[in-house]
Design a protein around this ligand. Sequence first.
Ligand code: TYD
Length: 209
Amino acid sequence: MSRGLFITFEGSDGAGKSTQIQLAKEYLESIGIEPIMTREPGGTSISEKLRDILLDKENSEMSPIAEMMIYASARAQLVAEVIRPAIERGETVVCDRYIDSSIAYQGYGRGLGDIVEEVNRVAIDGVMPDITFFLDLDPAVGRSRIRSDEMDRLEQEKLDFHYRVYNGYKKVAEADPKRVAVIDASRTIEEISLEIRTILKEVCDRKGL
Ligand code: TYD
């Protein structure tokens, strides 16, 4: 059996990822694919516990290196427990955030640079997405959609942090244009979803799904 499809969604906070992930799931189901839906940080019981530590506003003393490694640990567990077994069974996996989030948030946002990719290469153990949708939206617009009393530890960072993250995503997309589809997320939900569906169809056809 051939390896299943691995799809990831990326973007700044408030770019509309959750809505588009739900619509992508419905599209995949409409063409007969029941995807396994997961998210980062999280997706396994260990990784969800790490998520709580990462997003807890009380953990303001967390060092950038510790933060990077906890994200990478949560990811390593998710790959080992969920993503790799699923794609080896030939199933399709959709993940809300993956390695590119760490490169953008920890590498560019926190300024840790190339070490983030090295650590995460170990965490993902060769499992890279077939296609990544980067929802491209000005971080100021994205943040204005989130209520300030609902912001988690990362979301409450200053706007210049979010611009560094955003520029990091753009660099990732430029470096790997075959894998990363840059989706203009300033358009309507329907326009964005149509573009994502068109790309998904191409990828599924290519894979013979
Ligand atoms: P997410 O679950 O997308 O937040 P929400 O459900 O509130 O939209 O992601 C949680 C936060 O973690 C988000 O601000 C991005 C950040 N993050 C990183 O900094 N590095 C990473 O590797 C990942 C996966 C997420």
